[in-house]
Design a protein. Sequence first.
Length: 469
Amino acid sequence: MTEVILMFLTLIMRDIFPFFPGNFAQLSGLFILLGLVLQFLTKKKDLKLPISPKILAFICVLIMSQIIVMSYNFLKMNYGTIPFYFEKFIAFILFVILTFYFFYNLFESKTSFRRFIQGIYLSSVFLFFILSAQFLFVTVGFCQPIVRFVGQFLELGWNQPGLGNYAKGSSVETLFRLNGLDQEPAYLAAHLAIVFLPFALAGILKKVNYFPRFKKAGFIFNWIVFLLALFFLVVSKTTTGLILCGVAIIAWILPFIYDRWFGLNGQQKVKLSVGIILGLAFSILLILKITYLRDIFNYFLLKKLGSYVSAHGDMARSGGTIGLWRTFIHYPLFGVGDNFTAPFLLEFIPQYLRQTKFYLNTLLPERFFPVLSIILGLLAKYGLVIMSIVGIWWKNLWEFLQRRSSVMYQQSVKKQISKNESWENAIFPAFIFFTLFYLLSSIAAFSYNFPCYVFMLMFFVVYRSQEKG
């Protein structure tokens, strides 16, 4: 039952073992290391370590290109320390490779894959409990002991818990915004959408039950996770959450309408259209009437989409985006190196940001500028060559899962697979939603390389590897 607890471990994002680099400092990272050691000791002869020559060549090109650009930029900019940044970079590459091998030897049957999905649902129970406590504290002041305990011992912060917004133990107590176990509400929104929505949405659309023992009740779990995730995306008070919530609803409604539209007569189409319009009108009325919801949409969506810059965060975001784009334009092929974007951002940000106290008193003295757009950040770090190869690899994974989905659909139509195997019909739609939400979240900032996202990706990668044999 190891597969079931994997995603639960990724919820604990704090560095439990700070003497290990990168993701290995987290609980899930150490679990991967110990799991591989245990697999080696127990399986030995049966341990499978497949090696793809293309992937091996790509890793070599990636590492060599990063060594060169890091060394060059270190000498040019005199920024940071090469061993420290290279250690973090290598730690992530190693974490991805070891996670793949651990998953490859762990997922020995289709049941193992289904248990992993069940683990996502079970881990959502823990996260939704924490979010419920945070919501009750923010709205009516209840559950402060739980919120404070989570903030002091579980919640991931930018600095140590005694600093800044974490002085009381949790940023929830100072900012009055939900962030679950993540650093910020926007990071929580990405976490909810990328990890918990894909299989819930796919399960609803494909009418899949990941818990066959519960029979009809198993289908309800999809709706529970879907609706609760949407609810917390809204009340987390973040632009990212509102956008992801809207996209998730559209992703559910469009296939639902498409599947039924062509089978309806004229009168039924009119009724469906009226029902959709009334549903939208009711939702808008609900937002307008409930002050809490109205304030959320007003301050975190409408004003953010307006044509003004209101605060340091907005100025840093717009200026940082321009800076990342200019960095990529100047170093398009292999980028400036992992963790080396800060000095270039300080060089390429627009003039209006250089004149602010935020830049003069905070950014410039520390020679630091955060990456506030993951997509542009990856292009600036690794360049077009590396990112193009990743894009081609992702496309190949997409096409394989699509072909496999077509085969599964034909088998299900011909009743060549049992109900216990029909859940595989949800894998390709789940991968579509995973990709969609990951890309949308990457427009802004989130912990894109944390174990929870690596585990999700490795699920699909190992599924392809096992199916290809």
